[in-house]
Design a binder for this molecule. Structure first.
Ligand SMILES: [Zn+2]
Ligand SMILES: [Zn+2]
Length: 571
């Protein structure tokens, strides 16, 4: 009797539950290509139903229609394509907001920077703009972001004397698109006391003219030593602006999980403040720079089960072992195709730190079970990382660490089995094939090394899941351009760089959805259209799996939906 009672009670509860649930679906989507991203082959469903921010039902249009209640919003896709929202494989969320406020001096198609004169013009215009006045007033500096010597007519970096045309009484710094170099004007050198006698800092360099005078071009730590104190002047108002603008940039491209992949202590404080003030409406995960000390990871917002608080969490730590290939500061085992100015033909770039220090940091991450993201571009830096992970594995190995290799731009084929052995997950950067592909052939690497950059095909074939990233603000957080480069590998000049490393559009979408969710340890709630997962969705005007892959870059994002709520709609 008792048993029957329990069964009855269970039935009553579960039956009414089902009824209640289905009668109150918040919304349904139907009449379009709904790609689930589950499995090795593309799979479609006819309709999905959302309730309380989650995907409550997946089925046929008929099934879902029978579950529509009075309050259910019916969203007719009109033939458009619905996908799980994208997750950012690697980028710098705070700096994306920052870059949208400072002067844009990126090369076309993203900005006006095609020669020195256009950079000077852009800085002059910005300094009179609302953002410019606001910024100069707060920081006392003029800042431009994104010049690229490889795309300038002069094929060189501007120097102090060029920037002096913008101002001789306000200090100026312009940042290279790689984020690894910068140029300052004469006023900045004066304020900073940089002269002929100033030595190069550790892990950085001041480029000099024939007489040994610094010409204004700063590499790596020489640049960070100038930039970081400027950024330190950011106040709460400015931080809020960066957080707001950053989210807009990501949401409009369908990214609803964004990464801050090398947070400073000041940025960590800004994020925590922002989270407390409820500023986040997309999910943001930060990875503080491990060299800044462990305090950044022990805050309230770090959880071992990867849970967000107010849409923010600390995911682990970031380590940086070398520079950028396009800026010729990446640490290679073989010399550069054409050495940068002032270097001999055997120049191979340089490490950020000695082996002993790399081992120390990787061990620290493993010992604390912090997920580690490690920037390595040159194959020598990748060797160093592999060696350090091996040492950390031996000392503090644990299951499922999902250590990530960020960029891996010049990964060698013989290094891939070592990544498999050590379970290092690659987050590759095939966007380089478009932005710097021609430059890699002519100047940085030459054939055949240039053809093998970001070898997505070989890495996937070795059995690894990968993500493909934009490293914003190095490039815009443009999901469709990421997909385009990953699938097509077409350079600016129209050549296909390393065609055998192209992957299918479906695999390309995996790098932005299911595999990216895995990188974040969030495969239980994101990355596929599956009942029970979050309703983080993106609507595209065309199906990337059904058009000529060369047109993928022109697909428009129609709407981005975070946990059932629209956070971006195409104007
Ligand atoms: Zn990096
Ligand atoms: Zn980065």
């Amino acid at each position: 009797m008792k048993f029957i009672y329990i069964v009855l009670a269970f039935c009553i509860v579960s039956c009414t539950d089902t009824k209640k649930e289905t009668a109150h679906l918040d919304s349904i989507y139907f009449n379009g290509d709904i790609i689930t991203m589950e499995g090795d082959q593309p799979g479609y469903v006819e309709a999905i139903g959302i309730k309380d921010g989650r995907i409550a039902r997946v089925g046929t249009q008929e099934e879902l229609m029978s579950m529509v209640g009075d309050s259910t919003i019916q969203k007719d896709l009109n033939g458009k394509t619905l996908l799980p929202a994208f997750l950012d494989g690697h980028g710098h969320f705070y700096s994306v907001g920052f870059a949208s406020i400072v002067a844009n001096i990126l090369p076309p198609p993203d900005g006006p920077g095609h020669n020195y004169e256009s950079i000077v013009d852009a800085l002059n215009q910005w300094k009179e703009s609302e953002d410019g006045k606001y910024f100069i007033d707060k920081f006392g500096w003029i800042i431009g972001n994104g010049y690229d010597d490889s795309q300038l007519e002069e094929k060189d970096h501007p120097k102090s004397i060029d920037l002096d045309k913008v101002s001789t009484d306000i200090p100026i710094i312009i940042l290279h698109q790689s984020g690894h170099l910068g140029v300052i004007n004469s006023k900045a050198k004066e304020i900073l006391g940089i002269t002929k006698d100033t030595p190069n800092p550790n892990g950085g360099s001041l480029r000099r003219d024939a007489n040994g005078n610094p010409n204004g071009v700063l590499e790596e730590n020489a640049m960070y030593n100038v930039l970081v104190p400027i950024l330190g002047k950011a106040d709460e108002d400015f931080d809020s602006k960066c957080i707001k603008k950053g989210q807009e940039e990501y949401a409009k491209k369908g990214y609803l999980t964004a990464q801050d992949g090398r947070s400073s202590t000041a940025q960590m404080a800004a994020f925590i403040k922002g989270a407390e003030n409820g500023l986040f409406y997309i999910d943001v995960v930060s990875y503080p720079d491990i060299t800044l000390g462990p305090e950044n990871v022990t805050e309230d917002y770090y959880s071992t089960d990867h849970q967000y608080k107010n849409n923010y969490r600390i995911g682990g730590v970031k380590l940086t072992l070398d520079g950028s290939p396009q800026g010729k500061t990446a640490w290679l085992t073989q010399h550069y195709h054409v050495p940068p100015q002032g270097q001999d033909k055997d120049y191979k770039g340089y490490p950020v730190m000695p082996d002993s220090m790399a081992i120390k940091y990787v061990k620290e991450a493993f010992q604390n079970k912090w997920q580690l993201l490690c920037h390595t571009n040159g194959d020598a830096a990748i060797d160093q990382y592999i060696m350090a992970v091996k040492a950390a594995e031996e000392a503090y190995g644990y299951d499922d660490h999902r250590t990530v290799m960020i960029h891996g731009q010049t990964l060698r084929k013989d290094q891939i089995p070592q990544l498999v052995d050590l379970e290092i997950m690659p987050s590759l950067f095939p966007m380089h094939t478009f932005y710097w592909g021609d430059w890699h052939v002519e100047s940085v690497l030459g054939h055949p090394r240039a053809d093998y950059i970001s070898p997505c095909r070989d890495v996937i074939d070795a059995g690894l899941k990968i993500t493909s990233h934009h490293d914003a603000p190095v490039t815009f957080p443009n999901s469709l351009r990421v997909l385009d480069a990953t699938v097509n590998r077409v350079t600016r000049s129209g050549a296909v760089l390393g065609p055998e490393q192209r992957i299918s559009p479906y695999e390309g979408l995996k790098t932005l959805t299911e595999w990216a969710a895995y990188q974040y340890f969030e495969e239980d709630r994101k990355g596929t259209i599956t009942e029970g997962k979050l309703a983080d969705l993106v609507i595209l005007d065309k199906n990337p799996l059904k058009i000529d892959p060369l047109n993928i870059k022109d697909i428009e994002i129609i709407e981005s939906i975070k946990e059932g709520k629209t956070v971006y709609r195409h104007p």
